[in-house]
Design a protein. Structure first.
Length: 481
């Protein structure tokens, strides 16, 4: 652990526990759907109802993202992180006290709500507390812990009862709520609110720097960045109509569309059923454990290489690699070769390979890049919009899996996902800039170009001091006018 950054790593570890819970809720349906088909639960449920259970987390995700936009801007990023545990706990209580398809709908919606809060605030929080040299690594740790949460559920889910699995979701949120109760608010949020002394204290705690001069230099740079960015309004209208945000909006939206529509979440939710239909002569529990373990191990590698390889290469090559693997799986279900029993392993191996390259590349990178490319005044709005967009697309992708399979078979399903993976590779090549090793200010200068300096022309929402703190920002404002 690098000297002077220990606090940042520890804080990131605490926030990553929230991501682990989110990953666990996402993976819940992977071992549970086969249990429904094998009548291992006391819930009578149809294929159509199963598709709703799998998909209803997405509307909850969208609602949670919208709530986080208000909570994170009004009460702080830390409050939003802590608040995300409540809907998950309530949803678990529902599933433990009742047993019907409709109650599963409620639980999945509430779990989605909590996951939406985590997904919206965690990247924002880590991007604002981390030094630029390790920002990508810490933000990618969120995706790694998502994979770890999935691994836990896929590993134990096939071996325990439906009710026992549900009790796990009572313990996990409590663990991360305890850990996150010790994390500080971000210096950027304090500066946005004009609380300079609080920002200084938070920065000292996070940087571990005892050199007062170095801390003050960092704080002054943050003040100038916040002041510049908060000159502009932070409304949704500003984000969608302002020319300075257009490139960031196109990049983030394009990455979100291709990330979701390439099918990683839908494939994970139906993975157990897909393997059953491929007639692979392997126990389903072994298949799910292998899938979860691979995702977990690759997630570790991903967090280690993100700041060494760069965002663009990981995005481009992972999209292309995933597209090739998914195309092969689709071809298997078209041809259905029977000359050798080993051919039945093609879907399993193809999906594993697709997951490996996606976790190494576009899944965490779409998350990291989106958190880096928006300025502070619209960041929470942008992250909320992207999560709402992602939730809507994920709902369509997961709910549409069964109807698409009924019409085009598994061949059509996997070729559909492969098409979007190839589109993602082309989009990343032509549109996504390299953000690795750059400060948030340097990224804005590259994206906005000449428009970046114009932020001083019409002051709005300028950060001001609260009267009891350092008056340097007031002096800066006076100097400017």
């Amino acid at each position: 652990m690098e000297k002077g950054r220990r606090a940042q790593y520890l804080v990131a570890a605490a926030v990553s526990l929230a991501a682990m819970v989110a990953g666990a809720t996402q993976a819940w349906s992977t071992p549970v759907i086969p249990k429904f088909h094998s009548n291992e639960t006391n819930i009578i449920i149809t294929d159509d109802q199963i598709s709703w259970v799998a998909a209803l987390a997405s509307p909850g995700y969208m609602a949670g993202s919208m709530a986080t936009r208000i909570v994170s801007d009004k009460f702080g990023r830390r409050t939003a992180v802590l608040g995300s545990g409540l809907p998950i706990l309530i949803g678990t209580t529902v599933i433990l006290t009742t047993a019907s398809a409709r109650c599963l709908y409620v639980t999945r919606y509430l779990w989605g709500f909590g996951t939406g809060m985590i997904g919206t605030v965690s990247a924002m929080y880590l991007a604002e507390i981390a030094d630029k040299e390790i920002r990508g690594k810490l933000t990618a740790s969120i995706r790694f812990m998502l994979s770890f949460g999935s691994f836990i559920i896929m590993s134990i889910g096939p071996f325990i009862s439906f009710n026992a699995l549900s009790y796990i979701f009572l313990a996990l949120p409590i663990c991360y709520l305890i850990a996150c109760s010790f994390i500080p608010e971000t210096p950027y949020f304090y500066l946005k609110e004009g609380k300079v002394n609080a920002a200084r204290a938070s920065l000292k705690r996070l940087s571990g720097d005892r050199n007062e001069k170095a801390v003050e230099e960092k704080l002054l740079a943050m003040k100038l960045d916040v002041k510049k960015e908060m000159h502009r309004s932070g409304s949704a209208k500003e984000m969608f109509t302002g020319k300075r945000y257009r490139k960031a909006l196109i990049i983030a939206s394009g990455l979100k569309v291709t990330q979701i529509m390439a099918g990683p979440i839908a494939i994970q939710q139906y993975f157990g059923r897909i393997v059953q239909e491929s007639k692979t002569n392997v126990n389903i529990s072994i298949v799910l454990i292998t899938f979860g373990a691979v995702k977990f191990i690759v997630g570790i590698i991903s967090s280690a290489i993100v700041d060494k390889v760069g965002r663009r290469p990981l995005l481009i090559y992972s999209y292309l690699g995933s597209g090739i693997a998914l195309s092969v799986v689709g071809a298997y279900f078209l041809i259905q070769p029977t000359s050798s029993p080993y051919y039945t392993y093609i879907p399993f191996v193809g999906i594993i390979l697709s997951s490996v390259v996606s976790i190494l590349g576009y899944e965490p990178m779409a998350f990291v890049v989106s958190a880096e490319i928006f300025p502070l005044n619209v960041k929470s709005i942008a992250m909320t919009f992207l999560n709402i967009l992602g939730g809507l697309l994920n709902f369509l992708c997961v709910k549409g899996y069964q109807p698409m399979k009924n019409i085009a078979g598994l061949t059509g399903v996997f070729w559909f996902y492969a098409t979007f993976a190839f589109i993602g590779g082309v989009f990343s090549f032509f549109m996504v800039p390299e953000t690795n090793g750059k400060s948030l200010r340097e990224i804005q200068i590259e994206l906005q170009g000449d428009l970046y300096d114009e932020t001083y022309e019409k002051p709005q929402n300028v950060v001001v001091d609260d009267g009891t703190e350092d008056t340097e920002l007031q002096k800066l404002k006076q100097d400017e006018t």
